[in-house]
Design a protein around this ligand. Structure first.
Ligand code: NDP
Length: 488
């Protein structure tokens, strides 16, 4: 299938103008399916960054004073414009980061739904009335924006993640400087093109591309920045936390996961297999909530494994633009290298490939970064493939004697984002809810796929603790003023 849009150069969007970076340099974004260019984005400098942050700073009072309801109306408009451009955005995403077209369309639709959810927030409450011990007084809380928020986003959900950060930030009255991942920057620019038409006052939403170490770090360190929200690797996230806390600004981090799925002896095995295939291999396993460890009770281990391998064998791998393709390539050469290195490491550690893990070559595969979905068996909880986030289509099968051991294995990583259990036993469900150390607890459901109106986030090294999405996002993007009013 050929794409319906042109390969072009995208500019930064600062103070409601599309402008070139002062470096006069661009970065080429290539498709992981065929290494052809998808587009070009600006290689920005600190000067460009200063302009973006200053623009956001200068308009913050005007944006706050506009009021929540009017801000929500602009988000409604942005949602409609995004909807008109859904197909083009989805195609760009598939070209740029490899996920299949239906997945890319689903993600774009999710972005639109998030915009509408937060547009609706424009009409909801900004605080609470609290009874005062003084009968002549009125005591209340009022939410107030933080100011300029830096938004640093990854490439794996280049539409949904930026929108689930920017939509609440904006409706609660903050202005924004958005630095997308370089590998997803063309898709991000397409989203920005839609936001640019929605009617935000100049400076409210600014978009700047460039390297993480220059523009990302420069953004966090900028003296006019009031808060930072970040999704990406644990390593960079820890640096964000250090820089932000040294400056005393609020930060929000969503980082990795090594999400376990427990399959008990009384599980519906077919249901568990379907969820593990989807949770482990959709988006080529490049989700922070991907199911990367499956801990199976010994009594059903063989049956589960055989069915899982059989289903994995049906997965078609190829260019996500083609019909009938279930799984696309790894998103980039560096992701491909990471995945293939972990597959080798798994073998060296003594795990056995029960399925896949081969690099696809020949014909259309030669130009892209294609690996077949890998299922390792004989994995022990201490192996690197059971401990470290691979961010690729690799599942580690681990055997456990009973539920208690399975939960111990599931908790035995530094991460704590999402976890599933498949069981028909209510006692096992209750034990799992209490004992599992994650932010997203899923019962008879895959580890990925949390709904947008519910809080999203993790425990331990997965997250800084604050929650994104739903009403919970308000906690990060606002401060509370406690107001005490007495007549005179
Ligand atoms: P990074 O953490 O490097 O990138 C995430 C974002 O941070 C990008 O916008 C990046 O910009 C930016 N960035 C990079 N360095 C800095 C810095 N020093 N200061 C501020 N911002 C910076 O993740 P990668 O894209 O390299 O992916 C590596 C691994 O991270 C994956 O394999 C996966 O394990 C994990 N990851 C987890 C995600 C999640 O959803 N939790 C999402 C993506 C990755 P630029 O792109 O220009 O480098």
């Amino acid at each position: 299938m050929t794409t319906t849009f042109a390969t072009k150069t995208y500019k930064n969007f600062i103070n409601n103008e599309w402008i070139d970076a002062s470096s006069d340099k661009t970065i080429t974004s290539i498709s992981p399916a065929d290494r052809e260019p998808v587009g070009y984005v600006q290689s920005s400098t600190e000067d460009d960054l200063n302009k973006a942050v200053e623009a956001a700073h200068n308009v913050k009072k005007e944006w706050r004073r506009l009021g929540q309801s009017a801000r929500g109306q602009i988000l409604f408009k942005a949602a409609n414009i995004l909807e008109e451009n859904l197909n083009e955005i989805a195609e760009t995403m598939t070209r740029e980061m490899g996920k299949t077209l239906p997945e890319a369309k689903g993600e774009t639709a999710r972005g639109i739904a998030i915009l509408r959810y937060y547009a609706g927030e424009g009409m909801r409450k900004e605080g609470d009335v609290i009874p005062s011990s003084d009968k002549d007084a009125l005591m209340l809380t009022k939410r107030t924006p933080l100011g300029v928020v830096g938004v640093i986003t990854p490439w794996n959900f280049p539409v949904a993640i930026p929108i689930w950060k920017m939509a609440p930030a904006l409706v609660y009255g903050n202005t924004i400087v958005w630095k997308p991942a370089t590998e997803g920057a063309v898709t991000a620019a397409k989203v920005m093109e839609c936001l640019a038409k929605a009617g935000f006052p100049a400076g409210v939403v600014n978009f700047i591309t460039g390297s993480g170490s220059v523009i990302g770090q420069g953004l966090i360190d900028h003296p006019l920045l009031n808060a930072i929200t970040f999704t990406g690797s644990e390593n960079v996230g820890q640096g964000v936390a250090k820089s932000a806390s040294a400056r005393g600004i609020k930060y929000q981090l969503e980082m990795g996961g090594k999400n376990p799925v427990i399959v008990t002896k009384d599980a519906n095995i077919d249901q568990a297999v379907e969820a593990v295939i989807s949770g482990g291999f959709r988006s080529s396993g490049q989700k922070c909530t991907a199911s990367s460890r499956v801990v199976v009770e010994s009594a059903v281990y063989e049956e589960f494994k055989q069915k899982l391998v059989e289903e994995a064998g049906k997965i078609t791998v190829g260019n996500g633009l083609e019909e009938g393709i279930w799984m696309g390539p790894c998103a980039s050469e560096s992701q491909f290298n990471t995945v293939t290195e972990y597959i080798e490491k798994g073998k060296q550690e003594g795990a056995k490939l029960a399925h896949g893990g081969e690099v696809l070559t020949g014909g259309v595969y030669d130009k892209g970064f294609f690996v077949t979905p890998a299922i390792f068996e004989d994995v022990t909880a201490d192996m690197a493939i059971a401990q470290e986030e691979i961010f690729g289509p690799v599942i580690a099968l681990i055997k456990a004697a009973d539920l208690e051991e399975a939960i111990d294995v599931a908790n035995n990583t530094k991460y704590g984002l999402s976890a599933s259990i498949f069981t028909s036993n209510i006692n096992s469900i209750l034990e799992f809810i209490d004992e599992i150390e994650v932010g997203l607890v899923r019962i008879n459901a895959e580890s990925a796929g949390v709904e947008l109106q519910a809080p999203f986030g993790g425990m331990k090294a997965s997250s800084s603790g604050s929650r994104e999405q739903g009403e919970a996002a308000k906690e990060f993007f606002t401060a509370i003023k406690t107001v005490f009013i007495k007549g005179s």
